[in-house]
Design a protein. Structure first.
Length: 229
């Protein structure tokens, strides 16, 4: 019988990758569309896009590092409390573990025996999984999350910035940046949905809606400032 696969095992890295790439595409494209609508010349537009890419990538890295580090600290504190409880009152902890198994539908005698076997195998791991929903064998990795998020952001931001670099002078640049952005968002939404086993159409519509709205708003702001100059 083939091994059963589960999409839930991908949610950690998939969330970071999709979030970073989507943020890179939408924020950089919106920035470029805004300054193009305001009538900035080509060198200023490209400098603005490059600055947005650099600042955004570092911002994503810092935000991801801080949030994952905070999660890691909280989980470590919970595990330490559980470790002390196991050392101070192992009998109570055994009863607590058995009670948790019984509450999930295991017969009382089997719950007690199961809790005893789980405790003999790895008491802390058993309580971490059953009580806290954690696995101390796979702790969060703030640095890896930060690097992955920054890289995904930079790759995503590079798409509309590349369109701005290759676009001809004049009003066509705005349309080209918007078109490349919408295509990139559609592909990202589809790829994320396929990787996570979710409906593709819904994911594509979602990213196109928010990405298009962001560009429309910033283009409107840029147009207002252009007319005011």
């Amino acid at each position: 019988m083939p091994k059963e696969g589960h999409y839930v095992t991908r949610t950690g890295w998939l969330r970071a990758a999709v979030l970073g790439a989507n943020a890179g595409i939408v924020s950089t494209a919106s920035l470029l569309v805004g300054v193009l609508a305001a009538g900035m010349d080509r060198p200023a537009v490209l400098l603005t896009g490059l600055a947005g890419l650099t600042a955004g990538a570092f911002s994503m890295a810092a935000g991801e590092y801080v949030s994952v580090a905070a999660q890691s600290d909280s989980e470590a504190a919970d595990l330490e409390r559980e470790r002390r409880a196991l050392a101070q009152d192992p009998d109570y902890e055994l009863e607590e573990l058995a009670g948790g198994l019984e509450a999930r539908g295991v017969a009382e005698d089997l719950a007690v025996e199961g809790a005893r076997q789980m405790t003999d195998h790895d008491a802390l791991d058993a309580h971490a999984r059953e009580e806290l929903g954690l696995s101390y064998s796979a702790p969060p990795e703030p640095l890896r999350a930060a690097v992955a998020s920054a890289a995904a952001f930079a790759i995503g931001a590079g798409l509309p910035l590349g369109a701005a670099v290759l676009a001809p002078q004049g009003g066509a640049a705005l349309g080209m940046v918007a078109a490349v952005t919408l295509v990139a968002l559609a592909l990202l939404g589809a790829a994320g949905a396929l990787a996570g086993g979710a409906p593709v159409g819904r994911a594509v519509i979602r990213v196109l809606l928010w990405g298009g709205l962001a560009m429309a708003v910033t283009a409107g702001v840029g147009r207002i400032f252009h007319m005011a100059v």
